[in-house]
Design a protein around this ligand. Structure first.
Ligand SMILES: C[S@@+](CC[C@H](N)C(=O)[O-])C[C@H]1O[C@@H](n2cnc3c(N)ncnc32)[C@H](O)[C@@H]1O
Length: 341
């Protein structure tokens, strides 16, 4: 597994702790250690200069946050052996405490809070996603989204209003604001932390996006009844995978998300904890499980257990900045789109 690597203190967090009054265990120092260990974030609007990028890369590398291109294979045994290490970032109490701080910061200083993976990555995600949606609106299923000419994409703004968009684990909701700037208009953000939703709502109102809907919702037990054509996940699957019961929670995640994406719709996952191949492998395992269920005579023949795999790989971002270390080249973030069959 690439991406998030945790400090030894975090990795010692046990399931037993998670069942207790964990919030009492989380000091400001703990929170900052945990967040620093997930190092790819920056303050909103800040631009990382080259020195900063080098420093980030070095930090990521020294935390084991890198793999050589030759390691980007889909070796199942290896991927299974490398589940995310449990961390406080997998617990709701961590996020509740973090967003209580961010909300106080917003009220006192007007700060928007963290942009996970940085503003550069957000810019890539939103322009790439817009191109992908434009292409699909045109009846094409591209493998090379970067090939679509941007002038044609500008013409496509009228198509974007028909896309119902859900950002799961929206945090401060800034990704949705960026999608709104690109022309999407039916936008909803959910997060299981009430503080996140309060912050997202306040920021959207302040920045002139009163039409974005925000609501408190745990994606693993979602109360949403509608389906969406586009689902965005930036860092939420990563966080879920860091729960002490991460593997089980991730299965719940795929079950839930497969119900939330409308047939023919897409899921765009951005991760610093899984490579593109690992995300594809996770989806393949989910597909196989679903197909297996559909063949089990005990399974009720409802629409969830069809014979077709629920998701198929569509495209991925190829243009993230890469960096060299020890003669190997790698990128710190993966963004992958899956089509809901
Ligand atoms: C790394 S942060 C990313 C926040 C936001 N997507 C962004 O990119 O700025 C992970 C987010 O996932 C949320 N989250 C984690 N597990 C969740 C769950 N089961 N349901 C809803 N939100 C969840 C956390 O509260 C947190 O806001």
């Amino acid at each position: 597994m690439a991406g998030i690597r945790l400090s030894p203190e975090d990795s010692e967090l046990s399931s037993q702790q998670s069942r207790g009054a964990v919030s009492e265990l989380i000091s400001d120092d703990d929170r900052s250690v945990a967040a620093d260990s997930w190092s790819i974030k920056s303050d909103y609007g800040s631009t990382l200069d080259d020195d900063q990028r080098q420093t980030d890369a070095a930090e990521a590398l020294s935390a084991g946050n890198f793999r050589a291109p030759s390691d980007y294979s889909s070796d199942k045994e290896e991927a299974d052996a490398e589940e995310a290490v449990p961390s406080m970032l997998g617990l709701q109490c961590y996020w509740d405490a973090a967003y209580a701080d961010e909300l106080a910061n917003f009220h006192e200083h007007g700060h928007a809070g963290d942009v996970w993976f940085g503003a550069d990555v957000v810019e890539v995600i939103v322009t790439w996603t817009k191109r992908l949606c434009f292409s699909i609106s045109q009846g094409r299923l591209p493998n090379h989204v970067d090939d679509i000419k941007s002038e044609r994409v500008e013409e496509g703004d009228k198509y974007l209003s028909t896309w119902g968009v859900l950002d799961i684990g929206t945090g401060n909701g800034l990704l949705l604001q960026e999608l709104a700037k690109q022309g999407f208009s039916d936008l909803t953000g959910t997060d299981y932390s009430e503080g996140a939703i309060q912050l997202a709502r306040s920021l959207a109102d302040r920045n002139g996006f009163p039409n974005i809907s925000f609501l408190v919702d745990d994606v693993l037990e979602t109360k949403l009844e509608r389906q969406f054509q586009l689902i965005m996940d930036k860092g939420t699957l990563d966080a879920i995978g860091m729960h002490p019961d991460g593997p089980v929670k991730k299965m719940m995640y795929w079950d839930s998300v497969s119900r939330l994406v409308a047939p023919g719709g897409i899921l765009v996952v951005t991760s610093c904890n899984s490579t593109k191949d690992e995300l594809m492998q996770e989806v393949e395992s989910f597909n196989q499980r679903r197909i297996g269920l559909s063949q089990d005579p005990e399974t009720p023949k409802d629409q969830e257990a069809g014979r077709d795999p629920p998701f198929r790989f569509l495209s991925h971002v190829r243009s993230y900045p890469t960096f060299m270390f020890g003669g190997s080249e790698g990128s710190r973030v993966a963004t992958v789109a899956f089509l809901r069959n």
